[in-house]
Design a protein around this ligand. Structure first.
Ligand SMILES: Nc1nc2c(ncn2[C@@H]2O[C@H](COP(=O)(O)OP(=O)(O)OP(=O)(O)O)[C@@H](O)[C@H]2O)c(=O)[nH]1
Ligand SMILES: [Mg+2]
Length: 205
């Protein structure tokens, strides 16, 4: 995908603040600190368009970015960060759920996990939830630059069993440091947008 433009639109903490748009939207979702914001920068070849941090809990609202004046990336806060107070965790959970349930232009979720970790109950419950709500998702395992090739293969097969019962190779290995997986992820995203455009189907009822 050739990136011609990428601009920050707005940040939102409630549905009323979402940008008014008809463009198909992809949302980046996952646990705190897995590298959601870094993944967006890496896909767009921008170092600092989206703010990232070593400290979990960096993204505290939903940030919307318009790409090529054609589609939107939404960077969501992470879940599962034990150090934020319960009340804030609850608020973020509601922010994420409201978005996933109510954003009419949501085309698919880029569901991000840390490839070094085992499947966590929170991630598995998000997966069940996405499937129950009929939200399409692409599972991406990040930070693979921190693993050897044999560790990557081992984790890929283990996590494919955990998330997909081993059926097909659905989990994509990614590194925002080295850009490994960038081409494959873009081709999946572009294909998804293309299918939507060709079928000319509304995004959601
Ligand atoms: N080595 C390596 N580090 C990464 C990668 N992706 C992200 N990081 C690092 O992981 C930390 C968290 O990255 P963020 O992109 O801020 O993560 P996030 O999921 O947006 O975090 P929250 O917004 O707090 O939920 C930062 O220190 C990044 O530099 C990667 O692919 N490889
Ligand atoms: Mg973030």
């Amino acid at each position: 995908m050739k990136i011609i433009s990428a601009e920050f639109l707005t940040g939102a903490v409630s549905c009323r603040q979402y940008p008014d748009s008809e463009c198909p939207e992809l949302a980046f979702v996952g646990r705190s600190n897995v590298g959601k914001s870094s993944l967006i920068n890496s896909l767009l070849n921008r170092k600092k368009l989206v703010k990232t941090s070593q400290t979990p809990g960096k993204t505290q609202e939903i940030n919307f970015f318009k790409i090529n004046n054609d589609f939107i990336f939404a960077d969501l806060p992470g879940y599962g960060f034990a150090k934020v107070p319960q009340s804030v965790q609850k608020r973020w959970k509601k922010m994420i759920e409201d978005y996933l349930l109510r954003r009419k232009t949501l085309l698919a979720v880029i569901f991000i996990i840390d490839l070094r970790r085992n499947a966590s109950p929170l991630d598995l419950s998000l997966q069940r939830w996405l499937e129950a709500c009929g939200v399409e998702y692409l599972l991406v395992g990040t930070k693979v630059d921190k693993l050897s090739q044999s560790e990557i293969s081992k984790q890929l097969s283990k996590l494919n069993v955990a998330y997909f019962h081993g059926s097909g190779d659905k989990l994509l290995a990614y590194s925002s440091k080295s850009s490994r997986g960038r081409k494959e992820l873009w081709s999946k995203i572009a294909a998804r947008i293309e299918v939507h455009r060709n079928k000319k189907i509304p995004l959601r009822d």
